[in-house]
Design a protein around this ligand. Structure first.
Ligand code: ADP
Ligand code: MG
Length: 344
């Protein structure tokens, strides 16, 4: 008895669109990829401009190393990267990107234009990719560095486009991403604009205080308390700033935690910070925190999921206790929490 099989191989275009959905979920994920590329290109100034929440269009401009015409042509192809050369390098990746799929997948689901001129000299060029089809590389009178423009995201994947939320919600996500990167990289002057208005601009002076002032404003900045500890146990160091227990917000999104310089949404770290405040926080109120945790690379797994920014520690309990202790010491020094046991 011979039957026609019901299982068949998908065509390339369909495979590409499905894969694109893994990397690019919404405008904020595009911004994340482009911002990481600018950081990897050693930019000292990065400007993110979005229109209509990023759904209509978005642009990331940097003053990084830039690309030659030949590199520009390669950059949008599948699995092309300048950051690693083979699987040996996978164990010691020093850049934010290395998969070589972001520009390719963004180009598959939007109208993507890249203008770039090498910082080291030579002329500028531009290239447009529309729905996965790359045009010709042509000369462009752009300044040194790179500008990436993404228009009509998901115009050719209506199902995914339908999942996008209101412009304000999409912009909130973009704002959160750019804010985290600005906080993690105080030496990079970061500007965010929405519909032609500046949302914030950091100086790039290198200090966390002025970066927090630019991002969160004076009230928050003036209430921040220094955290600095080199605990024994699983962590090398805990440093950063946390807010006065009375400077709070209704959501947890202002609890920013970074592991070895990378923004992560680790429940362990957030809980650890909240524990440090003891009973000093009002019900359902959360403090601001910008906290950097340094861990030996072999004691943490950052590759849980490339997009979700989660992280797993070998010793979750030890990490949690070390962070709580570091933040608690800082609050105790300011007399902002009561010590449970008399000290000394
Ligand atoms: P990955 O970042 O994983 O290498 P991408 O698709 O994001 O993959 O980028 C492909 C390549 O294009 C990068 O490896 C880099 O060489 C180049 N590139 C991308 N963005 C920039 C930029 N802003 N400045 C300079 N080069 C860039
Ligand atoms: Mg990249």
């Amino acid at each position: 008895m011979s039957e026609t099989p019901t299982i068949h191989a998908l065509d390339d275009a369909t495979v590409r669109r499905i894969a694109a959905g893994e990397v690019v979920e919404r405008p904020a994920s595009v911004v994340k990829e482009l911002f990481e590329n600018s950081l990897d290109a050693d930019a000292s100034r990065i400007t993110v401009a979005v229109e209509g929440g990023g759904v209509e269009g978005l642009r990331v401009r940097d003053d990084g190393v830039g690309m030659t015409a030949a590199d520009l042509e390669r950059a949008v192809e599948e699995h092309t990267t300048s950051k690693i050369t083979g699987s040996d390098d996978l164990d010691r990746v020093g850049t934010l990107g290395f998969r070589g799929e972001a520009l390719h997948t963004i180009g598959a689901v939007s109208r993507l234009t890249i203008r770039s001129r090498p910082q080291s000299g030579g002329r500028g060029h531009e290239l447009t990719v529309e729905g996965g089809t790359a045009g010709e590389v042509t000369p462009s009178g752009c300044p040194p560095g790179t500008v990436v423009e993404v228009e009509d995201l998901f115009y050719n994947t209506p199902a995914r486009r339908k999942f996008l939320k209101a412009e304000t919600t999409e912009f909130d996500h973009v704002n959160r991403v750019v804010t985290q990167y600005a906080l993690a990289n105080p030496e990079v002057a970061t500007t965010l604009e929405h519909d032609g208005r500046e949302v914030f601009a950091t100086e790039g002076a290198g200090d966390l205080e002025s970066t927090i002032l630019a991002v969160y404003g004076r009230e928050v900045a003036s209430s921040m308390i220094d955290v600095s500890a080199e605990p024994s146990g699983p962590l090398n160091s805990v440093s950063g700033l946390v807010s006065h227990p009375e400077t709070t917000r209704a959501g947890r999104e202002y609890l920013s935690t970074f592991v070895n310089g990378r923004y992560v949404t680790a429940g362990t770290l957030r809980e650890a910070v909240l524990d440090a405040y003891g009973g000093q926080l009002a019900t359902d109120r959360y403090p601001f925190a910008v906290l950097f945790v340094a861990v030996p690379p072999d004691a943490v797994d950052v590759n849980v999921h490339p997009r979700k920014m989660e992280v797993r520690f070998d010793d979750e309990a030890g990490v949690r206790e070390a962070v709580t202790t570091a933040v608690r010491e800082a609050l105790l020094d300011e007399g902002l929490v009561r010590s449970t046991a008399p000290r000394g």
